[in-house]
Design a protein around this ligand. Structure first.
Ligand code: NAI
Length: 342
């Protein structure tokens, strides 16, 4: 019963992969910003994965206690703690997947772009260390604004001569998780079956759920499309306002990020059937980075799924054109920041 209530299709695939004893290997995962609102529950969920051998927790403060606490869970992975810049290199050595939720979250009235000045520097510094210590790792960027922090990370890696576009991901899984939940509620569907691709970026109108591509196939009225699209786009703000100054989504984000980590680990382990949405370098549109469904493999992005962009409804086509200028500006802001710092 627990599994059914917790489940979605990706989670289910993951459960069956694990239950069928197909695991070949186990992996080292690092969380940077591990003592934060996302970092702590994310570390807990990763600690539960049988695909993880070692979990490295890094933060600028308060990480010792989190690691001590977590290390008492009797799941196989070992938990190690690392505090502050002098220990950052060791936190990253030998790591297969690096997850970055370090940085400040939104307060009511703020857009994700308002976080740029602080989080841009944090992401830059952390990704420099990734480039120096584990350049082959998958990098999952959670820190907002994702539309800018992913281009920053790419530029930093490029400057260091180690950029592999197949291994850098902006984490947009929460948009998919929200879309699946809201669509299932609205259409009275079994949540476990619902899968809505979400494309574009990860802020406001750049988040574009492709409701016409919902699986299982389901029809929406124009009003339902409008309401669902706006709710999915503003879902983060719904949480920010409900928390009234205490931050943004942490628990649902941790759930979503853990799903993306698990999918990445399954791909690294050789599972040939792993699909997720993520914000990656892309040629799907004229923009250099774009979120869409991707196929994950051992080397990262194995394919970008272009078919989702074919046969869009008029509403989706308009929304796609409307989001491009904002997404383009956010990407350029990130690139300009990284190039100015170089
Ligand atoms: P938080 O403030 O609770 O935690 C952030 C953690 O980062 C803190 O423990 C802090 O000490 C740490 N930190 C700060 N500077 C650091 C550095 N240089 N190195 C390592 N750690 C550092 O914030 P929360 O709620 O965990 O959010 C983190 C980020 O995730 C925010 O930027 C937020 O906007 C973003 N976010 C992204 C979502 C997505 O869908 N991609 C969804 C929700 C939040």
């Amino acid at each position: 019963a627990l599994q059914a209530s917790f489940a979605c299709k990706a989670h289910n695939q993951s459960q069956s992969y694990l239950a069928n004893n197909q695991i070949r290997s186990s992996f080292k995962v690092a969380v940077l910003g591990a003592a934060g609102g996302i970092g702590q529950p994310l570390a807990l969920l990763i600690k539960m994965s049988p695909l993880v051998s070692t979990l490295h927790l890094y933060d600028v403060a308060n990480v010792k206690g989190v690691a001590a606490d977590l290390s008492h869970c009797n799941t196989p992975s070992q938990v190690l703690d690392f505090t502050g810049t002098p220990e950052l290199g060791d936190a990253l050595k030998g790591v297969d997947v690096v997850v970055i939720p370090a940085g400040v979250p939104r307060k009511p009235g703020m857009t994700r772009d308002d976080l740029f000045n602080i989080n841009a520097n944090i992401v830059k510094t952390l990704v420099e260390a990734v480039a120096d210590n584990c350049p082959d790792a998958f990098i999952h960027i959670i820190s907002n604004p994702v539309n800018s922090t992913v281009p920053i990370a790419a530029e930093v890696l490029r400057q260091k001569g180690v950029y592999d576009p197949k291994k850098l991901f902006g984490v947009t899984t929460l948009d998919v998780v929200r879309a699946n939940t809201f669509v299932a509620q609205k259409k009275n569907l079994k949540l476990i079956d619902v899968d809505v691709p979400v494309i574009g970026g990860h802020a406001g109108i750049t988040i574009l759920p492709l409701l016409s591509k919902t699986k299982p196939s389901v029809t929406f009225t124009d009003k339902e499309v409008e309401e669902l699209t706006v709710r999915i786009q503003n879902a983060g703000t719904e949480v920010v306002e409900a928390k009234a100054g205490a931050g943004s989504a942490t628990l649902s984000m941790a759930y979503a990020a853990a799903r993306f980590v698990e999918s990445s680990l399954r791909a690294l382990d050789g599972d040939g059937d792993v699909y997720e949405c993520a914000f990656v370098q892309s040629e799907l549109t004229e923009l250099p980075y774009f979120a869409s469904r991707i196929k994950l493999g051992k080397k990262g992005v194995e394919a970008i799924i272009s078919s989702d962009l074919q046969g869009l409804t008029e509403y989706e086509q308009k929304a796609l054109e409307a989001l491009k200028p904002e997404l383009k500006a956010s990407i350029e802001k990130g690139v300009a920041f990284a190039q100015k710092q170089a």
